[in-house]
Write a protein that binds this ligand. Structure first.
Ligand SMILES: Cc1cc2nc3c(=O)[nH]c(=O)nc-3n(C[C@H](O)[C@H](O)[C@H](O)COP(=O)(O)OP(=O)(O)OC[C@H]3O[C@@H](n4cnc5c(N)ncnc54)[C@H](O)[C@@H]3O)c2cc1C
Length: 451
């Protein structure tokens, strides 16, 4: 009998995992909490991707789709989240053999090994996994020889509070707070038009929302935008501009820089939210002590401070996670934003993603834990490698088959920005962000070569 592999989550990476597993003669079972595939992406269906179709389609998935007469999209065009679901994930899940392997409305609530609690060791590695999941008909159990957790992080956004805990009053003021990337220019236009809105955060989601609000302000007089950042330099969010190999990713930062320079977006730096009150139909967003700190008074707050992995349902498994990022430890030095911000991560796979619990792997957005800048393409390479490993093809599992587009940003310690990202840009085909980084990586070093 072929090995069974449970895949948690039917996002782009979970479905790609299933496609690779099938190609390898393994038996995938995809469990998806939402009523349809791409459940998380449907929540940001209005957002245009900064990477084109050629970086959004997995190769094994494409091989499954081709014989179905799939109308493959222009590789150089940029899909919205909605188009990604409609033109790629849905046909993949309904028109190919994958359809027989996907269970929707099936939320995984716990994983263990049959007959083994976390403490028991002898014989553990040979015991199959037991996955508990919940659907409309109550609690169910399935068994699997291996598990790939590709459940993403979208449904666990970070709070507004700068300490990582919710700000005092954040829960009580929830009717005026949104998390992630609300559709401010479309579905939620009425909520935001003509209002004073604060956006908290400095990553891609914050940047995208600020640009959408600026478009809203053009047609809705009275719309005011305040950008709250915890750091002191808004330029850190402007990205690599023309140096970014993903043109649209670079353009986002350039557009934001212009809107800030023109005064369309007002910036409050060093703003570390501690408390939020709702009084007289307005939000008082406070940074510092409630008596004498700073305040921003707004109608709405959009919190775009990143995401964190949901680890509760994994508590019966033996996991090793980086203490800061909550990602597999071997991955941490490649993606730690404290060390560098290259955004260009060396391809990695089964080896780096392995856990003390043999047969259990993280993949996709969740494999990055709390770190930002995950690319779908990275996830596709991860699951190609994991499927090869599970099929016993160790050579293919270790082979690196991916060159990621560099961001053109590198501000790790020791970087001389004036010298053009620590010594000039890396070669076009290198998986490094700059010359020094490329040299370091060739020598087998990890982390950013600039530091
Ligand atoms: C707004 C936004 C824009 C982005 N733009 C780009 C881009 O342009 N290019 C790029 O390469 N990347 C982009 N990314 C990053 C990343 O590639 C995407 O988030 C991508 O969707 C990650 O795929 P995934 O399969 O890992 O996770 P997800 O797409 O989040 O899928 C995870 C799935 O798991 C399900 N799930 C969660 N918990 C459970 C559970 N307990 N049981 C069962 N199922 C569960 C969810 O419902 C969901 O369907 C973007 C991310 C965001 C948020």
């Amino acid at each position: 009998m072929s090995k069974s592999v449970a895949v948690i989550g039917a996002g782009p990476v979970g479905l790609a995992a299933a496609a690779h597993l099938l190609e390898r003669g393994l038996e995938p079972m995809v469990l998806e909490a939402g009523p349809a595939v791409g459940h998380a992406i449907r929540e940001w269906s209005h957002v245009r991707l900064f990477s084109p179709w050629e970086y959004a389609v997995d190769q094994a998935a494409a091989r499954l789709l081709e014989p179905t007469g799939w109308n493959s999209p222009d590789p150089h065009a940029y899909p919205s989240g909605g188009e990604l679901v409609e033109r790629y994930l849905e046909p993949l899940a309904t028109r190919t053999v994958l359809a027989d392997h996907i269970h929707t409305s099936a939320r995984v609530t716990g994983i263990s090994r049959v007959g083994f609690d976390k403490v028991k060791t002898k014989g553990r590695a040979e015991a199959p996994f037991e996955l508990r999941y919940r659907n409309g008909a109550g609690d169910k159990t399935i068994r699997a020889d291996a598990v790939i957790d590709a459940s993403g992080t979208w449904f666990a956004p970070n709070p507004a509070g700068a300490s990582g805990l919710p700000a005092i009053g954040e829960g009580e003021a929830s009717t005026r707070i949104a998390y992630g990337m609300p559709d401010v220019f479309g579905r939620e236009r009425n909520r935001y038009a003509g209002k004073r809105i604060a956006v908290l955060g400095a990553g891609h989601s914050a940047v995208g929302t600020l640009i959408d609000l600026a478009m809203l302000a053009q047609s809705a007089p009275g719309t005011e935008i305040i950008w709250l950042i915890r750091g002191e330099d808004p330029a850190k969010s402007f990205g690599g501009g023309a140096n970014d190999k993903l043109v649209e990713r670079g353009a986002l930062g350039t557009r934001l820089a212009r809107l800030v320079a023109e005064g369309v977006i007002k910036v409050e730096t060093n703003f570390r939210v501690t408390h939020i009150n709702e009084t007289a139909a307005r939000l008082r967003i406070g940074a510092g002590s409630s008596c004498c700190g700073r305040e921003a008074i707004t109608d709405e707050l959009i919190v775009a401070t990143g995401f964190r992995p949901e680890l509760g349902f994994l508590s019966e498994l033996r996991l090793a996670l980086d203490p800061a990022l909550e990602c597999p430890p071997a991955l941490a030095p490649l993606i730690d934003p404290n060390m560098h911000s290259c955004g260009t991560v060396r391809p990695h796979g089964a080896l780096e993603l392995a856990q003390p619990e043999p047969g259990f792997y993280f993949a996709g957005m969740k494999s990055y834990g709390r770190a930002p800048t995950f690319l779908m393409l990275t996830g596709y390479e991860q699951v190609r490698s994991i499927a090869a490993e599970l099929a016993g093809d160790v050579e293919a599992a270790r082979r690196v088959e991916l060159v990621l587009p560099e961001t053109g940003v590198c501000n790790g310690p020791g970087t001389t920005q004036d010298a053009g990202c620590c010594g000039g840009p890396a070669k076009a085909d290198a998986s490094a962000c700059c010359a020094a980084d490329e040299t370091a990586k060739k020598a087998g070093a990890s982390g950013c070569g600039c530091s």
